[in-house]
Write a protein that binds this ligand. Structure first.
Ligand code: SF4
Length: 449
């Protein structure tokens, strides 16, 4: 057997792609290896959404370069968004890389790897727009467990001015519903009970390709017997229809969580970002969601310090965060992405100012998250167990550490006596109930109920 180490950066779509890469490479006799030091083949699946992620990719390459220098016959490949964007430039910057493959070339990977194994250097970033999802291929082994990602669409047509995705991942294209349902059914038979439907903008599913809209797709997925929980990511506020909102009162399996990126609370910044909605529209959609599903957990993305963001724009964002009362916020300081419109905008903020604004948003949200977590105290939550580990805590006391996710989106940690490990390890991948005993900053503690 040969071994492959896949190092994944970035979003859930990249995690899904890495799973598909592993499935495809199993047809060449590769099996997964956690440590790059021990692998015959190393694949770096990159992300270019923020400068930090792109830098991380090159620093990983710098680390594994040593394996080439020691004469080990390792093969190194680079995929993902940076590969799609930079293509041959990667070979110039890191000549020890053997092959580069773009986001539309994943299904050609077995052929690419075979050629790289025989010493050929190659770059394949051709993307003719046709989605050939390896997930539809039932002849390959499945790698995911009780919770899995399934891609329902690729690309994006929105052209937010700060975002590189439409240039890298191409135009939006939905996968046929039949293929999606086939993949979910196949994986559900092998134990997947929670599915997360993935796309850059899932709520515009069906606009190009696909044969129904996103709400209809959710109803179809809900029909699959062994699927107990349905999640999705990511959505665009401008495409959030009443029909989709109503799914939260009609589909029992639909997890009570909605990630709905706002990016800014200021209309003037939203306009510069080309987000195509206003603060008022966004808040109206949130109210409609809460009317239909009062216990829905909400999360969002925010960019702090967009070019030209004034103090008053920034405080409008802080005010929106308070007003909505999110359960969690993913906030980032703005960073220029080469090739985007925003990168040429004037009035860039200093690094210090962006950091200050970012911290202010995070402080507001940390306070709100703690209050929200306190509301769970004493409640019994259904959790899907993701991890069961027998290990020592920081005081060297042994215990069984269980963690999982609630039907909303809260992480729950449970600690049990080490003697119970043999019985409890079977809980991995199962739905269990936990009574919440303690609220932490970003998670909950509980006991098995
Ligand atoms: S919706 Fe905007 S932020 Fe999201 S992927 Fe498309 S262009 Fe990027």
């Amino acid at each position: 057997m040969k071994s492959v180490n896949i190092y994944t950066l970035g979003c859930q779509m990249n995690v899904y792609d890495s799973e598909q890469i592993l499935r495809l490479l199993s047809s060449l006799g590769y099996e997964n290896e956690e440590e790059p030091e021990n692998a015959d083949l190393i694949i770096l699946n990159t992300c270019s959404i923020r400068q930090k992620a792109a830098d991380k990719a090159f620093s990983f390459l710098g680390r594994i370069k040593k394996r080439k220098e020691t004469g080990a016959g390792v093969v190194i490949g680079v995929g993902g968004c940076v590969a799609q964007q930079e293509g041959r430039q990667i070979l110039k910057r890191a000549p020890y890389v053997d092959f580069v493959f773009g986001t539309g070339a994943i299904h050609r990977l077995p052929e690419i790897v075979k050629r790289a194994e025989s010493g050929e250097k190659l770059v394949d970033i051709d993307d003719n727009g046709d989605i050939i999802e390896p997930g539809t291929n039932g002849n390959l082994p499945d790698t995911s467990g009780s919770s899995g990602f399934v891609s329902i669409m690729r690309g994006c047509d929105n052209f937010c001015t700060y975002c590189i995705v439409p240039f890298v991942r191409g135009r939006e294209h939905s996968r046929p519903a039949e293929d999606i349902i086939y993949e979910i059914k196949r994986r559900a038979k092998k134990g997947m009970c929670e599915v997360t439907l993935l796309g850059q903008n899932v709520n515009s599913y069906g606009s190009r390709g696909g044969d129904c809209d996103f709400a209809d797709l959710l109803y179809m997925v809900a029909e699959i017997k062994d699927i107990r929980r349905i999640r999705f990511a990511t959505s665009h506020p401008k495409d959030l229809s009443d029909k989709l909102i109503n799914c939260f009162s009609k589909i029992d399996k639909l997890c009570r969580h909605f990630h709905i990126p706002v990016q800014s609370g200021s209309n003037s910044v939203l306009k510069k970002m080309n987000r195509k909605y206003t603060r008022e529209h966004y808040l109206e959609r949130i109210n409609s969601l809460r009317k239909v599903c009062p216990d829905i957990e909400l999360s969002t993305d925010i960019i702090a310090g967009f070019p030209g963001e004034t103090e008053s724009d920034f405080y409008e964002t802080c005010d929106l965060v308070e007003q909505v009362g999110y359960d969690s916020v993913f906030a980032f300081a703005y960073s220029d992405r080469p090739g985007t419109r925003a990168s040429s905008y004037p009035m860039k903020l200093s690094v210090e100012e962006k950091k200050k604004r970012l911290n202010e948003i995070l402080n507001i949200q940390n306070r709100i998250t703690r209050l929200k977590n306190n509301e769970s105290l004493g409640k019994k939550l259904e959790i899907l167990v993701e991890k069961v580990e027998l290990k020592q805590d920081k005081d060297s006391c042994e215990g069984v550490f269980i963690s999982g996710r609630s039907f909303g989106n809260r992480i729950v940690h449970i600690r049990e006596n080490p003697e119970k490990y043999e019985k409890l390890k079977a809980f991995k991948g199962r739905l269990v109930y936990s009574e919440i005993t303690e609220a932490l900053g970003h998670s909950l503690k509980g006991r098995l109920a």
